[in-house]
Ligand binder design. Sequence first.
Ligand SMILES: Cc1cc2nc3c(=O)[nH]c(=O)nc-3n(C[C@H](O)[C@H](O)[C@H](O)COP(=O)(O)OP(=O)(O)OC[C@H]3O[C@@H](n4cnc5c(N)ncnc54)[C@H](O)[C@@H]3O)c2cc1C
Length: 418
Amino acid sequence: MRGTQTEVLVVGAGPVGLWSALLLAEHGIEVTVIDREARTSARSYACALQPATLRLLDRLGLAESIIERGRRVETIAFYDGATRQGELRLSKLGGEFPFLLILPQSALESLLEQRLRAAGVRVHWNYRFDGLTEDEETVSAVIEELEGTSTGYIVPHWETVVKNRSTLRAQFLIGADGHNSMVRPRAGLEYQRVGDAESFAAFEFETEKKTADELRVVLDDTTTNVLWPLGENRYRWTFQLLRAELSGDFPEKERRSFRLGEPAIDERIRQYVQRVAHQRAPWFDSEVRQVHWCTEVTFERRMVAPFGRNRCWLAGDAAHQTGPVGVQSMNVGFSEADALGSILRKILREAAPLQLLDGYDRDRQKEWRALLGLSGGLKPHGQTNAWAVQRAGRILPCLPASGPDLPALAGQLGLTPS
Ligand SMILES: Cc1cc2nc3c(=O)[nH]c(=O)nc-3n(C[C@H](O)[C@H](O)[C@H](O)COP(=O)(O)OP(=O)(O)OC[C@H]3O[C@@H](n4cnc5c(N)ncnc54)[C@H](O)[C@@H]3O)c2cc1C
């Protein structure tokens, strides 16, 4: 990495960091992006873009090429076991993008990286943020350049070592370094736990026939499960695990796109998906064929407070986490990057006061308090059906929306966010 200073340092080149950097570059702001890994992620993780995110992407002319690569889903159906209890029509939201776009996170990240490169910014892969100091005018980040080395004589293995340590001075630092953020503790920001953790297992597979063109959320008394239509006969089941079976660590994103096949294990996984799908969603009568990928992950319900201070601010998973069903954490991260980008432009280019950033903190906390149900959750009214009244608390994190789209979608189930 050349140079010892920049206007804005973005730590983390996940979707939110890449999008932050792209917005800043488009505002004509000098931006440096670092990521401790060697490349973008290789898996589909948060695999849906909400209408509000598509509207943001469209402002930079990106929506069309992203929509071409994905699959539109216009209906979200809610089941309780075998019974269809309600549905959301995204078309009722109006606007240019009244649908969810199913797109692997890996595809989104590589598209954003390409676009960033075209804007003249290269991600510095293999550079890790390790610490910071601040003064009135700048933030100085300690950055380690990493390299891989093979160690061990009889059984060699690959290790990452620090090749070089340097300091980069920036006027602002955006921490978009994900759930296990290093920026967050180094900036002294408290990551508050606001609810129970939930563990999920996700399986991507092919079926012998097409099951649904819609997203199906399946609730029962103890679990929340989702069938995602990925394209043609390809689906993802996300099953909530009955007990927290994981250690509680949040896994890192995979950077290797291939998977080593082990036929006996693959067959056991295939049978597990078939069995659990049938138990929890009796209408799922397709035969599960090949399972291409599976992962287990525990999602916590957390929020940082404040969202930053002085010259160091957070966006995306570095600042919050919730369950995976509504794809809220990544999508809301896009609007955070947008808000932060325009405030930093005003400060850096129009001499606006630093206090504008207090508004960023206020708005984000308000948004996340609502999404996490801390300001009262979804409230039914007199005509709300009994199922929605009973499940109201569990429906909120399943809604793929924030901002004005959230009440519009919740209203279709007779619920109002408070
Ligand atoms: C296994 C798994 C399954 C998931 N499934 C779903 C799902 O089904 N639905 C859903 O909505 N979400 C899911 N998620 C979460 C989703 O991937 C995140 O919400 C999304 O990636 C958030 O984007 P982000 O840019 O904020 O952070 P991230 O994508 O986490 O990006 C952070 C980046 O920062 C880099 N970084 C971290 N520390 C440093 C450092 N010290 N220095 C430099 N760089 C650093 C990381 O390498 C990473 O590239 C899943 C995540 C995982 C890991």
